[in-house]
Design a protein around this ligand. Sequence first.
Ligand code: HEM
Length: 177
Amino acid sequence: MSAKSTATRYGSVAIAIHWLSAAMILILFATGLLAAGQGDPSAKLALLRAHIPFGAGVLILTLFRVTWWFVADRRPGAPAAQPRWQQWVAKGVHVGLYVVVLAAAASGIATLVVSGALPAIIGSAALPDFETVLPRLAHGIITRLMLVLLALHVGAALYHQFIRRDRLLARMGVGTA
Ligand code: HEM
């Protein structure tokens, strides 16, 4: 498989970034939701110390991904016989996912800065209360929006794979075309 995409399938770089981002986002939802619901301060701190590097990792990976598309690679065309409206919805969801991932990372970083939590994360100070911090509110709303877009994204992939049976997942490295 070549590093760059062709007209009908994604290249190895795009595939690696896609699945690595998906795994990291899954870990981010698990650690973020557990941290938010955690009453014990030391357990909350441990969860946030895992959450933050993954958040930074997804941010770097997404910036690299956007640069990769602009500079080095071109997306494959739409799947065969896909109606125009579905092409537009797919494009909207894909762009939306880039936007919410970048906004989630930015609001996460802003939460740490505005709440003054950094000394607790890297040192031994007590964690502040995030409840009243504005970027923390934004982080919660943005990540809920991301869940909606992810549900549409995964739902569309499953629709192609099991209802249209056009083996769309093979374009992203899963199974054979
Ligand atoms: C794509 C990136 C990210 C995703 C998907 C994500 C996801 C989440 C989720 C789902 C929550 C729980 C929200 C809630 O229940 O309202 C959360 C909380 C949080 N996240 Fe993120 N996050 C990301 C990036 C970051 C980054 C980069 C940072 C900091 C540098 C960060 C810091 C935090 C903090 C401080 C909380 C609050 C936890 C609490 O309330 O105890 N996040 N995140």
